[in-house]
Ligand binder design. Sequence first.
Ligand code: GDP
Ligand code: MG
Length: 247
Amino acid sequence: MTTPSLQADTLVFLPTYNEAGTVRQLHALIRAELSDIDILFIDDASPDGTGDILEAMRAEDSRLYVEHRLGKQGIGSAHKNGIAWAYSKGYRLLITMDSDMAHLPKYLHNFIELSDRSPVVVGSRFKNKGSLEDWNRWRRILTHTGHILTRILLGMEYDATGAYRAYRLDQIPQAVFSLIRADDYAFFFEGLHVLDMNGMSVAEVPIDLPARTYGSSKMRFRDIYFGFSRLVGQMLRARFKRKSMTL
Ligand SMILES: Nc1nc2c(ncn2[C@@H]2O[C@H](COP(=O)(O)OP(=O)(O)O)[C@@H](O)[C@H]2O)c(=O)[nH]1
Ligand SMILES: [Mg+2]
C-alpha cells in the first residue's frame, strides 16, 4: 500500500508540446489512480491549442495547475521549471511523466511505493521482456542504443533516458538539480548521472509502453546528434571535472 501522507504531498508534473489529443484522457486516468495529489502541466505555447484545453481542464479540477511559457524552450528546461516549482511549493514527492500517453498512470502507485525507500525512482523499459514490443523498429533501436551508451559511458545500469520518474524532494538538496546543464533530452541522463554521483540511490519500476503510442516524437535527428555529443561530454565531465557535478 502507498503511504497516504506521502501521497498528500505529491505533485505529478507533465510538460506539453502539441498534446491536444491526449491531455484530457491522460488527466482523467491520473485522477482515477490518485485523487489526493496535485498535478502541474507546463505548456510551451503549443501551436495545436493544448494550452487552451489545459485551461478548460483547470476550471474543472481545483488541484490542477497550468503554467504557460512563451515558446518551445526544450523538454529539459520544462522539467527544470517543474522541479523548481515543486520545491517552491514544498512538495515532498515529485513524479514526472510524458503527456503523450507513453507513460501509463497505472504505474503511479509503484513509483510512490518505491519512493518510501529510495530518493530517486525511474521507470525502466528494460526490466520486462517485450516492453517495447509495440514500438516501431527505429524507436526501439534508439532506445536500446541510448541504454547501452549510458551504461558504457556513464556507468549507469538504470534506464537513464526516460522521463517517468519520482524524486523525493525532501531528501534531495535542491542545489543538486542546479548542477544539471542540459535543457533538451540530455537532461534525463545528465540529471540521473548527477543525482547518482551525489549519492542518491536509484530504484526502478518496470514499465511497459502501451500498445498504441499516441502523438509523434518531438525528437529530431539533431537531438540525437546533440544527445550523443552531450553523452560523451558528460563522460569527460565526470572524469575531469568531477567537482562541477557534486555539491
Ligand atoms: N513544455 C515542453 N514540453 C515538451 C517539449 N518537448 C517535448 N515536450 C513534451 O515532453 C514529452 C516527451 O516528448 P516526446 O516528443 O514524446 O519525447 P519522446 O517520446 O521521448 O521522443 C511530451 O509530453 C511532449 O509533449 C518542450 O520543448 N516543451
Ligand atoms: Mg513520446
